[in-house]
Each structure stands twice: as C-alpha cells, then as structure tokens.
Design a protein around this ligand. Structure first.
Ligand code: GTP
Ligand code: MG
Length: 185
C-alpha cells in the first residue's frame, strides 16, 4: 500500500537526480496514454502529477517519492505529432541517458492503451527494452473505456502482441481497476 507520496523534483539530465541509493521505477509510453494519471491513481491523489486531455503535458522527468522508499518517475510521452523534431530528439536523448546512466533504475513500466492496443511505436520500444537488463512490466491503461463485452477479447489480443510470459497488468486510473494489484507488484 502507498501510504506516502511527494513530488521531489523535475530533472532534465542525470546530473539533476537525487544523490541517494533509493530505487527508481520509470514510466514510459505514448503521449496521452495515461502515465501521469497512473501516478495519481497509484498514490490515491487527485493531482499530484499534472494530467491533461491535450498530449504533451509532461516535458521533464518528474520524480515522486513513494513510501519514503522508492522513486516513481514520470516522463514525456512519445508519438506526439505536434512536437518539433528537435524537441522529440532532445526528450529521447534525455530518457535514453536516464536509462543508461542512472544506476538506481530497477524497473520500467511501459504503458499501452487498452482501448487502442499496442501501436507500432509501442512495439518498437518494447523490442528496445528487451535488450537491456532492467525488469519490464507492461501496463494496459484506460480499461474503463472498453465495452465490457469486448474486454476479454481485447486482453487476449494485447497479450498476443508481447512475448510469452511478459508481465501485463490491466488498469484504469479512472475506475481504479487493477491498481491495487499493480501496487502489490
Ligand atoms: P503526456 O504527459 O502527454 O505524455 O500524457 P500522459 O501519458 O501523462 O497522459 P495523462 O495522464 O495526462 O492522461 C491523458 C488523458 O487521458 C487525460 O485526459 C486523462 O484524464 C485520460 N486518462 C488517463 N487515464 C485514464 C483512464 O484510466 N481512463 C480514462 N477514461 N481516461 C484516462
Ligand atoms: Mg504526463
């Protein structure tokens, strides 16, 4: 259970990260997939992380300290068409450097939209993440948006896009479906 959560800081490079030995969990996924909303759902706070209907809201690595024991790290999303090429490149470099040089990164949550299913970009990232030695968990978001009669089929469809044995959690930050299970992960 998450008893305590606080915003610590926004970082744009590895040199901005806190100097301590606490583990980090990084959230990755398309713009608008629901990364910031998931932080609010996990921490049971309405607006700890800034959420927006317009994609491209999160533009830095935002560190939240949970239970005084680990950092949950929000990141800018990918695939936002209106973002300039230069900015897209600089976000990508920031995230890649964070993954490469932050020795405290223990786990990555890759978010995919349950309603949309994994996009080509999602699957490309997934393949890249397979190559590194960091535990990966796939989280399908926005479960509430899919009609209940279609959910089982959609879950099977999404599972089939990932490797056998890949951890997949199905969640909704709106209805809180699957959040408790994820927190226990
Ligand atoms: P960027 O910061 O642009 O990368 O986006 P993000 O991945 O942080 O998405 P964010 O959490 O800001 O959510 C984007 C939109 O999706 C907002 O309008 C949210 O209210 C909505 N949303 C997020 N999670 C859910 C969910 O579980 N269900 C529904 N129905 N909407 C959701
Ligand atoms: Mg965000």
């Amino acid at each position: 259970m998450i008893k305590q959560a606080e915003y610590i800081k926004s970082a744009v490079s590895v040199s901005d990260l806190p100097v301590d030995d606490l583990p980090h969990i990084l959230l990755l996924g398309r713009s608008n997939v629901g990364k910031s909303s998931l932080i609010n759902a996990i921490t049971n706070r309405k607006s700890l992380a800034r959420v927006s209907g317009t994609p491209g809201k999160t533009i830095t690595l935002n560190l939240y300290l949970l239970n005084n024991s680990f950092y949950l790290v929000d990141a800018p999303g990918y695939g936002y068409a209106k973002r300039s090429k230069t900015q897209t490149q600089s976000f990508l470099k920031m995230i890649k450097d964070y993954i490469k040089y932050n020795g405290h990164l223990k786990k990555i949550f890759q978010l995919v939209d349950f309603n949309v299913g994994p996009t080509e970009d999602d699957l490309n990232l997934y393949r890249e993440l397979q190559k590194i030695d960091i535990k990966l968990v796939i989280i399908a978001t926005k479960y509430d948006k899919v009609k209940s009669s279609f959910r089982l089929k959609q879950e099977k469809e999404i599972r089939s896009k990932f490797l056998d044995g890949q951890l997949l959690y199905v969640t909704s930050s709106e209805s809180k479906y699957g959040i408790e299970k994820l927190v226990n992960e």
